[in-house]
Design a binder for this molecule. Structure first.
Ligand code: PAF
Length: 275
């Protein structure tokens, strides 16, 4: 299948008008890996045409060096989209996405954005929600697909869609892992072999939490033991909606710095009765 690439808003509007419905959108920042391909596959199963956006969004980076070194692999990404049966790749540059320069009016991510990832990445979620809203408004998909790897992002996007009455159905796609358990991330390429071995401890910690869910505190104690010596930024058990944990479906989430690479991961768990 030939994937059409569009770079301007006019090209996007013309190409979008030709797509059969329902249309699925998989927003990405490129550097595609098997995690993105799982989102594309989910879209292919639910829709008649899949659009992948590839845009490294400056607004969601709080550090210029992080933005500068973010991997950009467009030709490879396009080949993967072609193999995966993507109908359209929307690949705007910064000026096309933000024609008036830095936005004055943005989506404010609210209270949930001040927790977990929030304090470590000021402004990040306002940047994510603002660009996702712009992508939804320009592509007008019926369905949109996001990885559970960025669980807080997914939760906030669901909330934005509900709060702003956006006419799109949001789907979370389970995290894809390497055979050793490391959650796939575009940032994994920066890990040395020794750092990669350390990074696997995040996965072990989350699995340890899953195995001891009598109380959130017990789950956390198990997980913490696996992370001793690592630069952990947070390790928390929350409800599935990321509110305070209550008995029932929940989520355990972790972030740690491994060498120069900041890693996040999370897993579902079933929380037992409160102690
Ligand atoms: O998850 C990502 O890659 C980005 O945050 C997203 C959703 C594409 C917005 O830039």
């Amino acid at each position: 299948m030939t994937t059409q690439v569009v770079r301007t808003r006019a090209e996007l509007a013309a190409a979008r008008a030709q797509l059969p419905g329902p249309v699925g959108l998989v927003p990405t920042m490129g550097a595609l890996h098997a995690g993105h391909l799982a989102n594309i596959e989910a879209s292919r199963q639910h829709t008649a045409a899949t659009v992948v956006s590839i845009f490294v969004n400056p607004m969601q980076f709080d550090r210029a060096d992080d933005l500068a070194r973010y991997p950009r692999t467009f030709e490879q990404d396009l080949a993967l989209c072609e193999q995966a049966g993507v109908a359209l790749v929307w690949h705007p540059d910064v000026l096309t996405m933000y024609p008036n320069g830095p936005v004055q009016v943005r989506v404010s991510a609210g209270e949930l954005a001040d927790q977990l990832e929030g304090p470590h990445r000021p402004g990040h979620f306002d940047g994510v929600l603002t660009v996702v809203l712009k992508l939804l408004l320009t592509v007008r998909p019926d369905h949109a697909f996001f990885g559970e790897k960025d669980y807080q992002q997914l939760t906030l996007i669901r909330r934005m869609v509900a709060d702003l009455d956006l006419p799109v159905q949001v789907h979370g796609v389970p995290t894809v892992r390497d055979s050793d358990g490391l959650a796939l991330s575009s940032r994994n390429v920066f890990l040395s072999p020794a750092e990669r071995a350390q990074a696997l401890r995040l996965n072990r910690a989350l699995r340890a939490a899953q195995s001891e869910t009598s109380t959130p505190a017990a789950a956390l104690a198990r997980a913490r033991a696996e992370l001793a010596g690592l630069a952990v930024e947070y390790l928390e058990v929350r409800s599935a909606a990321l509110t305070a944990p209550t008995p029932g479906p929940g989520r355990v989430l972790v972030a740690a710095q491994v060498g120069n690479v900041r890693l996040i991961d999370n897993m579902p768990l079933n929380i037992g009765p409160a102690s």
